[in-house]
Structures are given as C-alpha cells and as structure tokens.
Design a protein around this ligand. Structure first.
Ligand SMILES: O=C(O)[C@H](O)COP(=O)(O)O
Length: 229
C-alpha cells in the first residue's frame, strides 16, 4: 500500500484580503507561515517520511513545501516544480476582492466562476500585465499554453500530463510523495484520482495547509482518504 499526501499552501496574503489570486505570486500571510509549520509538525508526529516532493512555480506553495520539509528535517529531498501544478488561472478576476465581485455580479455568477468546472471567468488579453507571457518563469510555455482564463476542467487538462509523466512514475517506483499545490489544482487532481462527477467536485473545498492522505493500491487506485488532524 502506497500513501500520497496532498497539501494546499498555507493562507496567502490574498486569501487574507479575500482577493482572487490565481497565478498572482503572492506570499504567505503570517498565519500561512504558522499553518505550514503546523502541517510539517503534524506529518512528523504521524510518522510520515517522503522521498520526493512536487509543487507549483508560485511562492505560496514553494514556501509551504519548504517549511513543511524543514519541520520534518527533510530539506534534502528533491522537489520538482511545475507550472502545471499552479492554481487555476483566474483571468480578469485576479486581484479583485471576492465580496466586491459578488456585489457587482451577484452571488450565483461568482459561485459559478469559483466552483462550476466548466465556467470560465472573464479572460484577460495578452496585453494585460497579468498575462503570464510577460514573466520569465513561463518562458518555456508555448503561446497556446499561456492562459487568458481557465475553468477547472482546463486546469485538469494541463495538470494531468505532469501527474502521468512525473508523479505516477515516482509512485510506481515506491517513492513516498508529497504534492504541495493550490485549492483548484488539487481539486482537479482529486476529481481525476477519485473519478468525481462535476456535481461532486463543485461541492469540494480544500482548506489551507491541512494534509490530505490517499492510500493507494498496487494499481494506484484510491482505497481510502482522510485528513490528518
Ligand atoms: O486563486 C484563489 O483565489 C484561491 O486560491 C482559490 O480561490 P477559490 O476558492 O475562489 O477558487
């Protein structure tokens, strides 16, 4: 039996300010740093060890991973970063306050943008300063891979190649894996791993810095999952 740990980053400054984040590279809040430390301690107390970590190219996840591994005296393990584990790209909503967006567009529309797997937020243009093509870290992406907006199903489509090409081989070679990512990139992975329906994933919310454990059988099917508290 294999265990796989999924972890959403600790609270970020935009989480604290109730703003849409997406690919905005905001830092952890003070509470976020504390939550990451607690997650590391929790994993340590529960006897977890890891051979490899996977995270996004956004600092809230990278730092959470680093703090967790530090707490576990595991800073030496390899950590592979990929844009494919980034948060869902929130388009023109990135940076806006969630409550002000509700006041403007209504609760129902904002809920759809946030949770409906096929609903895309309004797009930006490639002239917008939020366009990822302006940032060095996305130099390797083709123009088509650079998002202007994303719905959850598109997030899943760009995350899955990394799951199949990097994470699955690590699990198959019996490596103990931790993935530190984002609310929506993790929802996409969980929908895939558990084969959840669109209705089920619409109801799924991932709290910050709470380790979510999968027990997987030989074929990497999930036999059990739970949060460690
Ligand atoms: O990108 C964001 O704003 C958050 O990380 C996740 O936001 P959500 O809960 O609105 O999807």
């Amino acid at each position: 039996m294999q265990k796989l740990v999924l972890l959403r980053h600790g609270e970020s400054i935009y989480n604290l300010e109730n703003r849409f984040t997406g690919w905005t590279d905001v830092d952890l809040s003070e509470e976020g740093f504390r939550q990451a430390e607690q997650a590391g301690q929790l994993l340590l107390r529960n006897g977890f060890t890891f051979d490899v970590g996977f995270t996004s190219v956004l600092k809230r996840s990278i730092k959470t991973m680093h703090i967790v591994l530090d707490q576990m005296d595991h800073l030496w393990i390899p950590v592979k970063k990929s844009w494919r584990l980034n948060e869902r790209f929130y388009g023109a909503l990135q940076g806006l306050n969630k409550q002000e967006t509700i006041d403007r567009y209504g609760e129902e529309q904002v809920h759809k943008w946030r949770r409906d797997p096929h609903e895309s937020p309004p797009p930006i243009t490639d002239q917008d300063e939020r366009f990822p093509g302006h940032y060095l870290r996305y130099d390797d992406l083709t123009y088509r891979e650079l998002p202007l907006t994303e719905n959850l199903s598109e997030t899943m489509t760009r995350a899955l190649p990394f799951w199949h090409e990097r994470i699955v081989p690590a699990l198959r070679s019996d490596q103990k894996v931790i993935i530190c990512a984002h609310g929506n990139s993790l929802r996409a992975l969980i929908q895939y791993i558990e084969n959840l329906s669109d209705e089920e994933v619409t109801r799924l919310d991932i709290p910050t810095a709470k380790p979510w454990v999968y027990e997987l059988d030989d074929r990497l099917n999930s036999t059990k999952h739970y949060y460690i508290e």
